[in-house]
Design a protein around this ligand. Structure first.
Ligand SMILES: Nc1ncnc2c1ncn2[C@@H]1O[C@H](COP(=O)(O)OP(=O)(O)O)[C@@H](O)[C@H]1O
Ligand SMILES: [Mg+2]
Length: 276
């Protein structure tokens, strides 16, 4: 069954986002770019499907409207398709035409590099390039022919909760937690509107985890839209505005983080029981 899920958008303050979930609907409506762009949606996902080369269904018709400026948590069992959904949103995996819209535009019609600047991504393990922290942070803008000034680099360090002493450090001098914050600063250097976070703290200690969570919440307050996969239900409850439960390539429930126990889908319930 293709489950379609819609969030109510825009007119309500973000703090009330949790109360704004609307009911499940059929996902066959035609996207109307202008209306979508005006409505305050960031992403619109319609009947997103993926079948592996071996013929196995990986995504079974994902439908979701992701409002601007919200932290959307995605949880679900391993192999349920969480990373595949995130990767479809910046074309690390190319979704079929007519299935993913950013600000009302089909992402296949957007130049892939500019899409990835707008839609930044962090993974479980940060992979820094050779060179200093500052070199890493300057990398993205440099591709566009822009050279960030020192003060711009320091500002990005601060945004990622790193002090100025990191500027000249080499990637290999950093802990994983510090490297993850550098990776965040490097992503933020592209001035993204959306952050896709795929278990960004699962390799980190609790303090580094808290640093990253604090950064994410600060970024949301500045208007960033965040989609975050996490295996930690507690983490999702700490920072997400809304939670999508993904099971077998389908969004089976959309819940407020403090109402996860109200999930109805049997697989979702089982997953929640075992994870808490
Ligand atoms: N490129 C691929 N080719 C074949 N199968 C894949 C590919 N990528 C992912 N899968 C399969 O798709 C399913 C969903 O994967 P993934 O999105 O990584 O799940 P999750 O992030 O929820 O653990 C898994 O069964 C995985 O083995
Ligand atoms: Mg994954």
């Amino acid at each position: 069954m293709a489950t379609a899920s819609v969030y109510q958008v825009q007119t309500s303050p973000l703090s009330e986002a949790q109360e704004c979930l609307l009911q499940v609907v059929d996902g066959d409506e035609e996207p109307v770019a202008a209306a979508v762009a005006e409505s305050g949606l960031k992403f619109r996902i319609r009947d997103l499907r993926k079948v592996s080369d071996a013929g196995v269904s990986i995504l079974n018709g994902i439908n979701a409207d992701i409002p601007k400026g919200m932290i959307v948590g995605i949880i679900g069992p391993s192999g349920s398709g969480k990373s595949t959904v995130l990767r479809s949103l910046n074309r690390l995996w190319e979704p079929p035409k007519g299935t993913v819209f950013l600000d009302g535009r089909d992402i296949l019609d957007i130049d892939v590099l500019s899409l990835r600047r707008k839609v930044g991504m962090l993974f479980q393990l940060p992979a820094l390039f050779e060179g200093t922290v500052a070199d890493n942070i300057r990398f993205g803008p440099q591709l566009k022919g822009q050279k960030l000034t020192d003060s711009e680099v320091y500002k990005l360090l601060t945004l990622a909760d790193l002090d100025s002493s990191f500027y000249n450090k080499n990637g290999n001098e950093l802990s994983v937690g510090q490297a993850q914050r550098v990776a965040l600063a490097r992503t933020l250097a592209n001035d993204p509107e959306v952050l896709l976070l795929d278990e960004p703290t699962s390799a980190l200690d609790p303090i580094s985890t808290q640093n990253i969570e604090d950064c994410i919440v600060k970024l949301k307050k500045k208007g960033m839209t965040v989609m975050m996969v996490s295996h930690s239900i507690k983490q999702i409850q700490r920072i997400a505005d809304v939670v999508c439960l993904l099971v077998n390539g389908e969004i089976v429930e959309i819940l407020s983080p403090d109402k996860l126990s109200e999930a109805k889908h049997p697989m979702a319930l089982r997953f929640l029981e075992l994870s808490s």
